[in-house]
Structure formats: C-alpha cells, structure tokens
Design a protein around this ligand. Structure first.
Ligand code: APR
Length: 319
C-alpha cells in the first residue's frame, strides 16, 4: 500500500523534528521544504541514514521547490521566524504574514486537496491567513496550539502531584497567547479532579486554588520560559510532537477529541474567528466542534482571550 505523503513546510527546528518523529513512527513519506538552499536536503539525508539503525523505511525528500509537495495528504506549516527573548508571539506578525502569503499560494496550487495544520506564530492570525489565502474549506485548515498548551499544563500538574504524566488529562482552550484558558475543573488524574488532589495534599482548599493558579500561570508562560532558556529560538520538540499527534489523527482517521484552533461559526458564541476549542479530528480534518457549557468565570476568560485574537487578526497586514 502506498504510504500517505506528509509535506512539512519549514525545515527548521520544528519541521525537522517532525520529520524525525514521523520517520520513527513510519507515518508516511515525508517531504521537507524550506526556502534555504540545501538545508532540507541536508536534514533529510542525515535522517535517512538513521533508517537502517532505527529500522524505519520511508521516502524522505528535502526540497526548495514548493511543487514537490504535490499529492500531499497533509501539509504542516512551520515556516517563519521564531521568538527571541523579550519578544511576544505578536511581534512576529508582519514577517510571518508575508511568509504565509507565499506558502499559502503554493499549497493552494500544489496540494489543493490537503488537510493543513499551521504552527507558525502568532498562531491564531497565521491560521486565519492561511485559510483565507488558500480558500480551502475551514474544516481542512486548522492550527496546532491546544495540544501543546494542554501537554504543558498536564506536565506541570504531574510534577506537582508526583504522578505519571500518562495519567493526567488537562485541556487548554482559547487563543495561543498569554490569555489562553486552562479549564481547571476538567483537569484530572485518571478521573480524579486535580483540585481535589491538591486539596488533600495541602489540607486546605484555598491553598489548593493558589497552587492551581500558579500551575495555570506557568502554563500560560510556558513557551516564554523555554525561549528565555534557549535564547536562540523557541520550543520545538513538544510542538513537533503535538502537531504529529494531529497528523496521526487525520491520517489514521482516529476521531480523536483534541483542542484544535479552528474556525468558529457561532460555536461558543464566537463568529468568524479561529480559536482553540475541542474538536473531533479524523480523515476529513475537523469533523466536529464539540461544545460544552462554560462556567461564568471560564466564559469571561475565554472571551477575553477571543478579544485578543480579534485584535491580532485585525492587525494583519493587507496582502
Ligand atoms: N518558505 C519556507 N520556509 C521558510 C520561509 C518560506 N518563505 N521563510 C522562512 N522559512 C523557514 C526558515 O528558513 C526556517 O528553516 O522556516 C524555518 C523556521 O524554522 P526555525 O527558525 O527553526 O523556527 P521553528 O522553531 O521551527 O518555529 C517555526 O513555529 O512555533 C512557531 O514561533 C514559531 O513561527 C515559528 C514557527
């Protein structure tokens, strides 16, 4: 059986880590595209030579020609510049919008049937632009943020409680910025609410809530924490793994319910903006947007986050 083709647009830190993870899992044949001459060729050549050792056998192509993405079932966009210390995701908007314009035109021309997952920041604005410029139906253009933000929240919860990350479930919704909304009441360890476990640990509900507030704040700043430590770029392993979970859900029609940045058309009271909400991901892309009732506090935080997304989208340059 022919393997599906996965096109990775942007062969930097995230793109090349995705190629590595996709190869290790033999998810499909991978085309790594970048604008820098020889860079994607070098990266795929190196990776291919790990095949005999790691026992994977897929076709790996490095390219500087967008037409090489033709026939891709799925396209992941990480092209753009990452943050440096002191920069917000919003500072990237001008540069990355221009890059997205070029990339979206190429996807539209060469992979018109593909499902597209955008990672370039500022995420909510870049995915909006990608959908507008490709003209693809919205269910086929989505952004990766919530899977990563939720994984970060789950990691911090696991460390705080001294339990395995495998058993922690946590969900983060809203925009991919400092106003993202970790849904505290849903956070659980194999079904046991995290707030209950924190209350037992500290013997006091007030203290438990304080600790939870710290976990939420660390989650909201988790990307920045990595940027400050790395100094020369932003997080790449966890974003790559998170995006690959989405790729796998689509390629294997897994119907996973994941937080995905998708176009809301009335759901959660939002009209016409890309925001992170729970979705069912399968072969068709976003197959369902799953609504649930927000508490008054969650609704307030969610709409505050949406207001930030709107500001960002409204600041997009005219292209
Ligand atoms: N077409 C294709 N690739 C491009 C283009 C373009 N027009 N412009 C830049 N690139 C490439 C760069 O050459 C670089 O190899 O995009 C790659 C980006 O890689 P990194 O700089 O290593 O950035 P990375 O850490 O992978 O992050 C990519 O994802 O999370 C976001 O904020 C992050 O916007 C950033 C993006």
């Amino acid at each position: 059986m022919a393997k599906p083709k996965i096109a990775l647009i942007g062969g930097g830190q995230i793109g090349s880590t995705m190629a590595t993870l996709a190869a290790l899992r033999e998810l499909g044949d991978v085309v790594l595209y970048d604008i820098v001459p020889d860079l994607p060729q070098g990266k795929t050549l190196d990776l291919a030579q790990a095949g005999p050792v790691e026992n994977f056998d897929i076709r790996l192509t490095g390219s500087n020609r967008l037409e090489d993405i033709a026939g891709a079932a799925i396209v992941v966009v990480t092209a753009g510049v990452p943050r440096r210390p002191g920069m917000s995701r919003e500072d990237l908007v001008e540069t990355n919008a221009r890059i997205m314009a070029a990339v979206a035109a190429g996807i539209r021309q060469h992979a018109p049937e593909a499902v597209v997952i955008v990672l370039s920041n500022p995420l909510d604005a870049m995915v909006t632009l990608c959908q507008r410029l490709t003209g693809f139906p919205a269910h086929r253009v989505m952004g990766m943020a919530g899977v990563l933000d939720s994984a970060r929240f789950a990691t911090f919860i696991a460390w705080e409680l001294g339990v395995s990350v495998r058993d922690v479930k946590a969900m983060v919704l809203g925009g991919h910025g400092d106003t993202m909304v970790p849904i505290v009441r849903f956070a659980n360890v194999n079904g046991i609410p995290v707030l209950d476990l924190l209350t037992r640990k500290y013997g006091d509900e007030g203290r438990a809530r304080e600790v939870m507030t710290q976990l939420v704040a660390r989650t909201q700043n988790a990307g920045g924490e990595v940027v400050d430590l790395l100094r020369t770029g932003s997080a790449f392993v966890s974003p790559a793994a998170s995006a690959l979970a989405m790729v796998e859900a689509v390629l294997h029609d897994q119907k996973r319910l994941l937080p995905v940045c998708c176009l809301l058309e009335g759901q959660f009271g939002v009209q016409g903006y890309y925001v992170g909400v729970p979705c069912v991901l399968g072969a068709g892309g976003v197959e369902q947007i799953v609504e649930f009732d927000l508490t008054d506090e969650e609704r307030q935080l969610f709409h505050h986050s949406v207001a930030e997304v709107k500001k960002l989208v409204d600041s997009l340059p005219r292209l």
